[in-house]
Ligand binder design. Structure first.
Ligand code: ME8
Length: 509
């Protein structure tokens, strides 16, 4: 039986259209899901939309439609974004689905039965934009006397009856969790923030609202709707069939990885495991956060008009170039600035030049000189052997980087090999060997094919369509494109299709 691997993205609020930030998390998760599948895992990959709460209710009101109608529309747009980005999610969850209402109700009931919930009143600050409660000590006072949340979101004073979750009782257990599972939350900077937040002492949190109604009703007290974050986090178990712990999919729980943006680490690394421990359910294995994208040096905002639409980028540059760029440009975990020039440069230098040309040069020499059939490997030199050893080691090198979520470094491993391949072809000059030493030319071209095959196979999770095309041209059958298949060498003598460029250069008009 294959080991399971359950990976999630955040479920996105349906208050507005998807942008590059949403595409980023989904693409990163998709690369890992695809990687794990090729690496022999039974993967479940979840994404979806977060549809309740005040923020969505207000957006629907502004659009002049009922919240459900609005949510249906925007959720469909997120689903489309996932398709356009080549996301291979196994399920797309919506929090307005009946299965999710059942799941949240059951979790609430279980927490209540275990004495983890009590009724009181909340009085304090709330930021609708973040759907978060803030303590006064966390806020920044503005010159006009108003307050802003640490995220820059405006806050309002709310006072209403509310159910509370006894978060304060779980501080020690959380610290034990972080201690015994050092990888539970990453990267390190976020882990430190979480640790100091918990060490400072946790207070109980409000988990229901009464001042609006767009949410899941609290069982037994329909004047309350559940706090949208309790509702939202529960999606990760709803999709596994909760509350039916005999469900076929329950075997994927606990999740191996919740991938999130840095602003929602607190919810995933503190609240979520506390809810689960309080309910007596297993906690996820890992929460990992990435940084924020800005656009040409500025925060993306509708009013500045610099919000980057991932679908427009794909239309202009192609999906694989966009997927590659996002994960290559910025070390995962840190913030990144989207620059059009940088994308074009990565595309032209690394894709078209380094990789595309290497493949095109090697394959067209085979087409011209070897009658279009795959040459065999003759006697090898040290230069050949070094390159072949690099090709064999690539999966392991990339796996080690991806286990640390170091996407850009994983790609750098592939590029080290590609650059070595370019050095090799220049040094060996197979075009000159044609007349002087034909068997040697064949060996050199064969080494290059083996290198390209390793590169294309290992890069498939990042650039599925173009690496698929490259593997077609290398004569690798569709069933033999997993990592384990690399151990089986390609048979010499098979006919290869006519070579075609995979990455055209981008010329700015
Ligand atoms: O927070 N840069 O939903 P959301 C990078 N519904 N990533 C970005 C980004 C940017 N500029 N903007 C958004 C929510 N993201 C909740 C989550 S989960 C149980 C509930 C990405 O629509 C990033 O992954 O505000 C961030 O965490 C997520 O979108 C927030 O999406």
């Amino acid at each position: 039986m294959k080991p399971t691997f359950y990976i999630t993205t955040p479920i996105y609020y349906v208050n507005g259209a998807p942008h590059i930030g949403h595409a980023y998390t989904s693409i990163a998760a998709d690369v890992l899901a695809r990687w794990k599948r090729l690496d022999g895992f039974d993967v479940f990959f979840l994404t979806g939309t977060d549809e309740h709460g005040q923020k969505v209710e207000k957006a629907a009101e502004a659009a002049g439609v009922a919240p459900q109608v609005f949510a249906d529309r925007v959720s469909a747009d997120f689903r489309d974004m996932a398709v356009q980005m080549g996301i291979t999610n196994d399920d797309f969850i919506r929090t307005t689905e009946e299965r999710h209402r059942r799941s949240c109700t059951a979790l609430w009931q279980r927490l209540a039965d275990r004495g983890q919930i009590y009724l009181d009143a909340y009085e304090g600050w709330y930021a609708v934009r973040d759907e978060a409660f803030y303590g006064e000590d966390e806020l920044a006072k503005q010159p006009d006397g108003s307050f802003l949340a640490p995220t820059g979101a405006p806050v309002e004073w709310v006072r209403e009856p509310s159910y509370f979750f006894k978060l304060s009782a779980w501080g020690d257990k959380l610290l034990e969790l972080y201690e015994s599972h050092p990888d539970f939350v990453g990267p390190m900077a976020r882990r430190n923030e979480v640790l100091s937040f918990v060490k400072a002492g946790l207070t109980d949190i409000s988990i229901s609202r009464t001042s609006f109604s767009w949410g899941i009703k609290v069982p037994g007290d329909e004047t309350h709707v559940m706090y949208v974050w309790l509702d939202a986090l529960t999606n990760y178990i709803t999709a596994m069939g909760y509350p039916d712990e005999n469900a076929e999919k329950w075997r994927y729980w606990p999740a191996d990885l919740h991938l999130v943006g840095k602003e929602i680490v607190r919810f995933h690394a503190i609240f979520w495991p506390a809810f689960l421990m309080a309910a007596g359910l297993p906690v996820p294995k890992r929460v990992y956060s990435h940084g924020w994208w800005t656009s040409e040096g500025e925060k993306m905002s509708k009013s500045i008009g610099n919000v980057i639409d991932p679908r427009a980028l794909v239309e202009e540059f192609g999906l694989d170039a966009v997927r590659f760029f996002l994960l290559r440009e910025v070390p995962f975990g840190g913030d990144g600035d989207f620059k059009r020039k940088a994308l074009i440069s990565r595309l032209n230098v690394e894709l078209a030049n380094d990789l595309g040309n290497l493949a095109q040069r090697s394959l067209s020499l085979i087409a011209k000189n070897c009658g279009g059939v795959l040459p065999g490997l003759g006697e090898t030199t040290e230069d050949d052997q070094n390159l072949l050893a690099g090709a064999d080691a690539l999966t392991g090198e990339m796996r080690a980087k991806l286990d640390r979520l170091a996407f850009s470094e994983a790609l750098e491993e592939a590029w080290k090999l590609i650059r070595a391949g370019n050095g090799y072809i220049d040094r060996q000059a197979p075009w000159a060997l044609r007349k002087t030493d034909f068997p040697r030319m064949e060996t050199v071209l064969r080494v290059l094919v083996d290198l390209l095959r390793a590169v294309a196979t290992n890069l498939r999770p990042f650039m599925p369509a173009s690496m698929g095309k490259m593997l077609d041209q290398l004569g690798v059958s569709a069933e033999a494109r997993g990592f384990a298949d690399l151990a089986q060498k390609l048979p010499a003598g098979v006919a290869l299709p006519a070579p075609q460029g995979v990455f055209p250069r981008f010329v700015e008009e």
